[in-house]
Design a protein around this ligand. Structure first.
Ligand SMILES: Cc1cc2nc3c(=O)[nH]c(=O)nc-3n(C[C@H](O)[C@H](O)[C@H](O)COP(=O)(O)O)c2cc1C
Length: 220
């Protein structure tokens, strides 16, 4: 049997350059249903505990609905950014923190202008200890990331956000989401205004991956 050889140049590029896109979202260009369905079709190839597939996906395009959700998003987001600026002190004035503040604030400012807001949901509520909670969220976040990768490979960008979850009940009411269904985030989705992105700086893997025992380097 022959193994399928993947084009790792492309897959590595996809995996290392799928950024949280906020400033480079094209707010004018419409996003077709077909591209969203294509990306969701790929997303739901992700694993779920016991094959449960308990995910549901809310795709929000209606302007009035986006306005209502956007108001909650903005209220929480503004407070979060303000707290972040205060906590960072001088560091918030330049460098990576300043860049994150600028891009985070921009997304908050334009949230209802983003063509599509996607809210991934998991049926049920997280209950119990670490095992149950991990399994609950583990049934949705791999698919969320696959969705973001599929978007990126088609020229669209997104950011996983959590602000609106502070008003999960109100947003559930707006969208008719039944009791017992958990919203896990909100993804603003749009085509990107630039063709490519770069890998982000990360702590070297040698410092954060261990062999056999906590803290023991894999290679020296
Ligand atoms: C669970 C989770 C929640 C997040 N919530 C928000 C959010 O509410 N707002 C936001 O702008 N970004 C949010 N992000 C995106 C991170 O801020 C982002 O990953 C970080 O800025 C690093 O950028 P990168 O994804 O391009 O590497 C979230 C990311 C994760 C994984």
């Amino acid at each position: 049997m022959q193994t399928v050889v993947m084009d790792t140049t492309s897959t590595d590029h996809l995996l290392s350059t799928t950024r949280s896109v906020r400033l480079k979202l094209d707010l004018e260009r419409p996003v077709e249903d077909e591209v969203l369905l294509e990306c969701l079709r790929l997303a739901i190839q992700a694993p779920t505990p016991g094959g449960a597939q308990s995910w549901r996906w809310l795709v929000v395009r209606d302007q009035e609905t986006k306005n209502k959700i956007g108001a909650y998003f903005r209220a929480v987001g503004n407070a979060y950014i303000q707290a972040g600026i205060e906590a960072a002190g001088e560091a918030a004035k330049s460098g990576p923190v300043a860049r994150m503040v600028r891009s985070g604030q921009h997304l908050i400012d334009v949230i209802e202008k983003v063509p599509v807001l996607v809210i991934p949901c998991a049926q049920g509520r997280p209950e119990g200890g670490n095992a149950e909670t991990s399994v609950f969220y583990g049934g949705i976040f791999p698919a969320v990331w696959s969705f973001q990768l599929a978007l990126r490979s088609r020229g669209l960008g997104s950011t996983l956000t959590s602000y609106h979850l502070g008003h999960e009940t109100e947003v559930a009411e707006i969208l008719g989401i039944p009791d017992g269904v958990t919203q896990v985030g909100l993804l603003p989705v749009a085509y990107t205004t630039v063709p490519d992105f770069k890998p982000a700086p990360r702590t070297p893997v040698e410092e954060i991956a261990y062999l056999d025992r906590w803290g023991q380097a894999i290679s020296s």
